[in-house]
Design a protein around this ligand. Structure first.
Ligand code: ARG
Length: 470
């Protein structure tokens, strides 16, 4: 039996129900649907559309359904098209005739938009907290790395030595932008669509401001058509996750490279690596590879939703039901990816001696030689060309660069000193640079930033508590 049986003569064809039913995936919204309904019932009571007795009966039924949902005892019935119809059906079974009043002044269009915003607000705040947990792991590893250094790369060619802490914090700052984006997305979506009805509001004396406040939203919708058709917040959430996924992918890719025998910069803990079913010697970085691989899925979900939205006329269209699977999947998968990478980064063993040996290759300090000449008044272009000539000589004639530097009248012993292990990295002293003094300051700034973001997240999590009973 459908909700629209009054208007229709025939039952819905099986293939139509199979094609349109969404309860298999929108059941994830059950807790938020109940939250939305509690606020709606309280609003109806406040404005005299329901008597106080009716409000109490409905709230009690909603609480009982809530317990069934929480304890996994809720039984879906044939004909439960989506989470909203399933819960309304059960409330009606429990509350009797009053149940038929639950949906007064409400449409599934404003209901689903409300549920989804509540769900997103809560889960994206959770994703941001997981990002911060990963940042905390990076800070820990950066602190522990002390003055260890490795080659910094451009074009995947050794360029200049950098502190390992600097490298780890580079990922940390990218993640800070992710936290910032997630917080901004949550703040922007913090608007209640409840009371917009199917598309145009209601002739009943609803109070959208009251329900918005009861649900802990910052504001109510300004335009009912926009309220039921807007899925910008889903697109933004999917973008935030896609870009975060890209960051995790790049971190994963580095672990894949670093853990090769060729690099030997790190060894994964057994618990966060996998073996081969055939080759007994293998230790594979599957976690890092999946962190890299999931990015494709996140980008696909974002692209899919944008394509779904692009041709839709106002206001609600059933196409919008297609927002849920990508959203729920992206949030679940990114949460897992963040947890797995946090553990991986927390347990990986970095091989400082291999990193440093790779960074101590003699030409890693070539720019320091050029800058040494600049300090003596040589124009940079000239200095660059002089040092470039020495590097070429050293490569072609198989003579160590340090010997050529020592023998050069403008460079001599002082120049050769710059090529000694560990010297080049210590000279990157400019703010935000890769040397120890600058990195120590950066670490402080980063830690301070984490404190600020933690406060922002705390505020979001606090706001997340709807002011409705139970
Ligand atoms: N399951 C639907 C969705 O997710 C709920 C809204 C249905 N509204 C409607 N008018 N058919 O979008």
């Amino acid at each position: 039996m459908t909700l629209w049986q009054g208007r229709f003569g025939d039952e819905m064809a099986d293939v139509v129900s199979e094609f349109t039913v969404s309860v298999g995936f929108d059941w994830a919204l059950a807790a938020d649907d109940l939250t939305g309904s509690r606020a709606h019932v309280q609003g109806l009571g406040r404005n005299g559309i329901l008597s106080q007795g009716e409000v109490e009966v409905l709230l009690a039924a909603l609480d009982r359904v809530g317990e069934e949902v929480e304890q996994g005892r809720f039984e879906l019935a044939p004909g439960d098209e989506d989470v909203h119809t399933a819960i309304e059906r059960r409330v009606t079974e429990l509350a009797g005739d009053v149940g038929a009043k639950l949906h007064t002044g409400r449409s599934r269009n404003d209901q689903v938009a409300t549920d989804l915003r509540l769900w997103c607000r809560r889960r994206l705040t959770g994703v941001a907290a997981e990002v911060m947990a990963l940042q905390q792991v990076l800070v820990g590893r950066a602190t522990e790395a002390g003055d260890a250094y490795l080659p910094g790369y451009t074009h995947l060619q050794r360029a200049q030595p950098v502190l390992l802490a600097h490298h780890l914090l580079a990922h940390g700052w990218a993640l800070a932008r992710d936290v910032d984006r997630l917080v901004a997305t949550v703040e922007r979506m913090d608007v209640s669509p409840l009371g917009a009805g199917a598309l145009a509001g209601s002739s009943l004396p609803l109070d959208p401001d009251f329900v918005a406040e009861a649900l802990g939203f910052h504001a109510r919708f300004e335009n009912s058509l926009d309220a039921v058709s807007d899925r910008d917040f889903v697109a933004e959430a999917l973008f935030d996750i896609a870009l975060l996924g890209v960051h995790l992918s790049r971190m994963g890719e580095e672990i894949v490279l670093w853990s090769t025998e060729e690099f030997s910069f790190c060894t994964l803990a057994d618990a966060y690596a996998t073996g081969s079913s055939m080759l007994p010697q293998k230790k594979n970085p599957d976690v890092a590879e999946l962190a890299r691989g999931k990015a494709g899925r996140f980008i696909g979900h974002l692209t899919g939703l944008l394509v779904t939205l692009k041709g839709l006329p106002l206001s609600y269209n059933r196409d919008l039901q297609e927002d849920k699977e990508p959203l729920i999947d992206s949030v679940n998968q990114i949460t897992l990816a963040l947890r797995a990478l946090s553990s991986l980064f927390g347990t990986v063993a970095f091989h400082h001696e291999h990193m440093q040996a790779a960074a101590d290759g003699s030409s890693a300090a070539a720019v320091d030689l050029a800058e040494f000449l600049v300090e003596k008044g040589v124009p940079f272009r000239q200095a660059h060309s002089l040092v470039g000539g020495l590097v070429r000589d050293s490569v072609e004639r198989h003579v160590p660069l340090s010997e050529l530097v020592q023998a050069h009248p403008d460079l001599g012993d002082a120049g050769a000193k710059l090529l000694e292990p560990g010297v080049a990295v210590s000279r990157r002293s400019t703010p935000g640079g890769a040397g120890s003094v600058a990195v120590a300051e950066q670490l402080e700034r980063f830690t301070r930033r984490l404190g600020v973001d933690r406060t922002r997240l705390g505020i979001l999590a606090g706001e997340d508590q709807p002011h409705t009973s139970s």
